[in-house]
Design a protein around this ligand. Structure first.
Ligand SMILES: Cc1cc2nc3c(=O)[nH]c(=O)nc-3n(C[C@H](O)[C@H](O)[C@H](O)COP(=O)(O)O)c2cc1C
Length: 222
């Protein structure tokens, strides 16, 4: 049985667009394959910011760490083990000031750890985790510039009718996951869902098609 890790970051509970679409994606993936679901709600249980104790322990060679350094890395270790044991991830998140909300950034700071999930080499950083699909659903209040869909694995509900902002969240998450060895990142950006009923209906239909396509592919590989 595969493990599906579902991470949510919106503070808006049932009003959240990213949570609604993320939940629908999780249900579709569960329907497509035999998966055990693990959830981590970063809004309900925020991960603390990386502090000085974490920083010092992270940089200390493992053999030299004492009890206090081990304690400073306990949460990081838990989150990394949770990530390592997952065969696929769903992350649903709002865009906050063009990038990830701080609760998701705090999670990133605990799992992207030198000597644990990546190594530094003269040729740059080398990821230590095996690849696996990561599905990211991002909700934005506004529109993103039409030229700003970065790769063919990045989908958007935008109809392209509005000029938009720069999206730093999807390329950022793609880069973060690649750093630790995970390159199979597929994103769906929900844009400007409050602008009009037509825009919302279009986004819902687009999201449903995107979810069905991801689930069909997931069924073949799990
Ligand atoms: C602090 C904050 C910053 C935000 N920054 C942006 C932004 O940069 N671009 C944008 O399009 N929407 C921004 N929004 C709007 C949210 O992305 C939007 O309301 C989204 O639907 C929230 O996700 P949710 O519906 O899953 O809660 C921001 C909202 C908050 C609270």
């Amino acid at each position: 049985m595969s493990v599906l890790l579902h991470i949510s970051a919106s503070t808006r509970g049932d009003a959240s667009h990213s949570r609604r679409v993320g939940r629908a994606l999780v249900e579709a993936l569960r329907h497509a394959a035999d998966v055990r679901l693990v959830t981590r709600d970063l809004a309900r249980e925020p991960v603390p910011h990386a502090d000085a104790a974490y920083f010092d322990a992270m940089l200390m060679p493992q053999a030299e760490r004492g009890a206090s350094e081990t304690a400073a890395l306990t949460l990081s270790e838990t989150l990394i083990e949770e990530l390592e044991s997952a065969d696929a991830l769903v992350i649903d998140t709002p865009m906050h000031n063009f990038t990830v909300p701080s609760v998701l950034k705090a999670w990133v700071d605990q799992v992207v750890r030198v000597g644990r999930t990546f190594n530094t080499t003269p040729n740059g950083k080398v990821g230590l985790l095996r690849d696996r699909p990561v599905f990211v659903v991002v909700a934005c209040g506004g529109s993103v510039a039409a030229s700003d869909t970065h790769t063919e694995s990045d989908a958007t509900t935008s109809t392209g009718s509005h000029r938009g902002q720069t999206d730093f969240i999807t390329p950022y998450l793609r880069y973060v996951f690649a750093t630790i060895g995970i390159t199979d990142v597929r994103t769906l950006r929900l844009e400007a869902l409050r602008r009009s009923e037509a825009e919302f209906a279009h986004a819902e239909a687009f999201s449903a098609r995107w979810i069905a396509a991801q689930a069909a592919e997931f069924a073949k590989s799990h």
